[in-house]
Design a protein around this ligand. Structure first.
Ligand code: CTP
Length: 399
């Protein structure tokens, strides 16, 4: 399975270096890509479909005329977030530059809007050939990435530019070109979002104004950076985030149950949810008549993150939020610092929610306080930007 936004088509051209694309395929999988290989017919003289099927774990088809009823070239073109052709032969570069489409790979390329990356590999004479160079220029002028080949010894005695580039260079050029961040790859990030609700009776509850937007922004950002994300969502009215495992909860107790199951497996927990601090001692099975609603007896909910921090193991990272009213002054910073210590967390993001500010907004501002004493003032910025900052600092702590 690939991460969301990481569906890739690897086109393989008919060059002797086609075998090097087996290693490229593996490295692309390592950064979360699901890879479908589409070889050209001539490339099968060098590496057969069985190799590609075994390595990709997917069926391999090079023939435009197979399964025509499924219109495979359009389906593949739409599913792909990225197309990489490696090796790209002089012939393939010419075909793509001219818009020719006479096999499955060239049909998919001409039907797809996905970013296209070409990794040429051929003899220096062919690479330096005026027609090839002009095709490369055409392709680059259309916004495609044509990676410079390496210079070195060829299959025979000859020497010059045209070698299949080092895989690490290909991966880093692809990542930069397609803006792929993979710094959280392999990390499991657990995020809570929204506000818990504690039932008074079947109609009423104790709740809060948390919209869940900050927790969602965190889940989305972590997913986009390659993390495996679990979101414990309490009473959130936002569209489902594809590629994020979402567990819905209602009350603080349900959130605690989910945390107890999920926390041991995670690398970091970011507690963005607003947890109701108290719940009615008894939930009435029937709607309470207004005449009987003068007072509701409450009991405290556990402090979920403080409880979780007691079972943390190194190097798990814990991040909390602190909502205060009355401005971000020395006293609210002191309160946040006390929360950071009492809850046993590594980072706490303090924000001022006077008059309901920040709840439901796409923007936030506050102060990020680190257990090492450092603090970062966050001027008004989107919740997406703050999410990336929190993840950067979490990653630094994870080491
Ligand atoms: N939190 C929690 N369990 C609770 C209350 C809060 O885990 N029962 C977490 C929140 O998810 C948040 C942090 O603790 O990350 C701080 O929440 P906040 O409401 O600011 O602080 P409280 O501890 O509830 O303190 P107070 O209400 O007195 O400000």
């Amino acid at each position: 399975m690939s991460l969301l936004g990481r569906e890739l088509i690897l086109g393989v051209g008919g060059g002797i270096s086609a075998y090097k694309s087996a290693e490229l395929l593996r490295r692309l999988q390592d950064i979360g890509f699901g890879v479908t290989v589409i070889p050209t017919r001539s490339s099968l003289n060098f590496v057969g479909s069985a190799t590609w099927e075994a390595l990709s774990g997917r069926s391999v088809n090079e023939n435009l005329w197979n399964n025509v009823h499924e219109v495979p070239h359009i389906a593949a073109a739409r599913a792909a977030n990225l197309i990489v052709v490696a090796p790209a032969t002089a012939d393939l570069l010419a075909k793509i530059a001219a818009g020719l489409a006479d096999d499955l790979l060239t049909n998919v390329i001409s039907a797809s809007a996905a970013p296209l990356i070409l990794v040429p590999a051929m003899h220096p004479e062919m690479w330096l050939n005026a027609a090839t160079q002009s095709n490369v220029q055409t392709l680059r002028s259309r916004g495609h990435l044509v990676i410079e080949p390496d210079e070195g010894r060829m299959t025979g005695e000859d020497f010059g530019p045209g070698r299949y580039p080092e895989i690490t260079r290909i991966i880093s050029e692809i990542s930069e070109f397609a803006n792929i961040k993979s710094d959280l790859l392999g990390k499991k990030i657990l995020i809570t979002a929204g506000g818990t609700r504690e039932a008074i009776d079947p109609v009423r509850f104790i709740g809060n104004h948390s919209s869940g937007k900050q927790g969602y922004a965190l889940a989305k950002a972590a997913r986009n950076r390659g993390a495996e994300v679990t979101l414990i969502a309490a009473n959130i009215d936002l569209p489902h985030l594809a590629g994020v495992r979402t567990l819905s909860v209602g009350t603080a107790e349900e959130m605690q149950d989910s945390l107890n199951i999920e926390f041991p497996e995670c690398d970091a927990l970011i507690m963005a949810a607003a947890v109701a601090d108290a719940r009615p001692v008894a939930k009435s099975a029937h709607k309470i008549k207004k005449a009987d609603l003068q007072s509701i007896e409450l009991e405290a909910n556990p402090d979920l993150i403080a409880e979780i921090s007691k079972i943390r193991r190194a190097p798990q990272v814990l991040v909390a939020f602190a909502a205060e009213t009355g401005g971000l002054d020395a006293s609210s910073i002191e309160v946040a610092n006390a929360k950071l210590i009492n809850k046993g967390v590594d980072l706490i993001y303090l924000n001022d929610v006077t008059d309901g500010a920040i709840f439901g907004s796409d923007q936030t501002s506050g102060i990020l306080i680190d257990s090492n004493g450092a603090s970062t003032k966050c001027e008004i910025q989107s919740k997406d930007t703050l999410a990336d900052l929190l993840l950067d600092q979490t990653l630094t702590k994870l080491g």
